[in-house]
Design a binder for this molecule. Structure first.
Ligand SMILES: [Zn+2]
Length: 67
């Protein structure tokens, strides 16, 4: 059993489930907006993915004193 009426997740507008072509959204625009928000959230990952590598040697090598 599907609900007769649902609310668009994007604009919260009530729509008829049976006749909504873009359900659960009320329109294609709302569907794209929700998809865009979802994708942006996926891409907006805080900079914790690349933690600092502590303990690793610095890239520049100091010349050894072998005098
Ligand atoms: Zn909507």
């Amino acid at each position: 059993m599907s609900p007769a009426r649902v609310n668009c997740p994007t604009c919260q507008r009530e729509l008829a489930w049976d006749t909504a072509p873009f359900r659960p959204f009320c329109s294609e625009r709302c569907r794209l907006m929700d998809l865009g928000a979802w994708l942006s959230e996926q891409h907006a990952i805080p900079g914790e993915a690349a933690p600092r590598q502590e303990g690793s040697a610095p890239p520049e090598q100091s010349p050894k004193d072998c005098t």
